[in-house]
Design a protein around this ligand. Sequence first.
Ligand code: PFF
Length: 456
Amino acid sequence: MNTEKQRSSFSGKIGFVLSAAGSAVGLGNIWRFPYLAAKYGGGIFLLVYLILVLTFGYAMIIAETALGRMTRKSPVGAYAKFGRGWQFSGGGWINAVIPILICPYYSVIGGWVCKYLAGYLSGGVQELAQDGYFTDFIINGADVEFWFILFSLASLVIIYMGVQNGIERVSRFMMPVLVLLAVIIAVYSVTRPGALEGVKYFLIPNMANFSWMTVVSAMGQMFYSLSIAMGILVTFGSYMKKDVSIEQATAHVEIFDTGIAVLAGLMIIPAVFAFSGGDPTMLKAGPSLMFITMPKIFASMGVGTPVGIIFFVLVLFAALTSALSLLESGVSTFEDELHWSRKKATLFMGFLMFGLGTLSALGYGPLSAVTVIGMQFLDFFDFLTNSVMMPIAAMATCLLIVRVIGIDRIAEEVRENGAPFRRKPVFDFMIKYLCPFFVAIILFSSVGSVFGLISM
Ligand code: PFF
């Protein structure tokens, strides 16, 4: 049986950190974080986000990694180790299903990135910066579908061939280049005339911009960006050796992931002010923000073509490593739990990706008349996973730990081999009280607002 196979493991701390960071740093940081920050309050969003990462995010990242290392299983198996009831299989499966639902629409955005990269490669630096370029693109169903399929096929082939190790080796070099380029672009962006207002908007909290949606979206983003509340870290934890310090390794991932998100905010939000005068409709542009502001920055640079190419290559790389861990988690769930062959599992994931991804790819164009609870497909899948399913998954993990496994057992796992657990008091308080309470409120408010029961 598959589960009896010798479980592979990371070489050491660096293996875990690189893989977890490769999964964490992706479109969530560069594309999703800046548009949410711009839309939901700027500085106040950033503040709420940072508080959440340091408290809630910290507790979850530790909990999931420890749960994985302790059980040596992916989420479904990990939950099943502690009981057979519906709560256990439900808790495990919801964690496992989330990446499977994210993967298709994530690949649609990955396709957008490919399209822009191709645009820069063919010298379209001015054309890409034109108003309306992005909108014309996403309403063109055939074009979006083509790039989506290209991106998906690339990731499916890599997963099928199992060359993830190669990717990790490339990460060692790509990640630092990504950071360097992000710093250069951020410096360029914040020094444009008029950009200072944007820096202030992004960094200085202003309560006037606060709404309940600030908290809801910051929390969804935290789950998404750190790859928590979706079983990924349970799986990564299961590959982690006992002599690696969980607290230290996860802290690296948190710091790195948050650093890149803040840098991306500094690249994009000041540029909105410099190039569109902080136009409120631009600030609320949502998913299109990165694809509209970055080309404007590049077009103004003089050396826009090479910078555009390098930028989109790096974003593509970040997107690909994240897509691979989403896919891998889907494929391994089917292999482990349903005992399918890798080929069958990969084909099935491909099939799902194609079906669900096509809905998202065509959602702004040919299918724009079709909405689900008032949302286009892509926005719907994003909302369903981030604002509904991840809070439930996080709640399930908190309950499993507090009620069944016991916090002390998790602490023992973290302290294995004399490793430190300095923030244990924060961890205990978060897991026991604040996380479940918070998650419940978030869940009710996001669902309530969609069905018009409350307004946020
Ligand atoms: N954390 C990724 C990002 O911020 O882009 C998204 C993601 C990737 C979530 C992989 C989950 C995952 F397994």
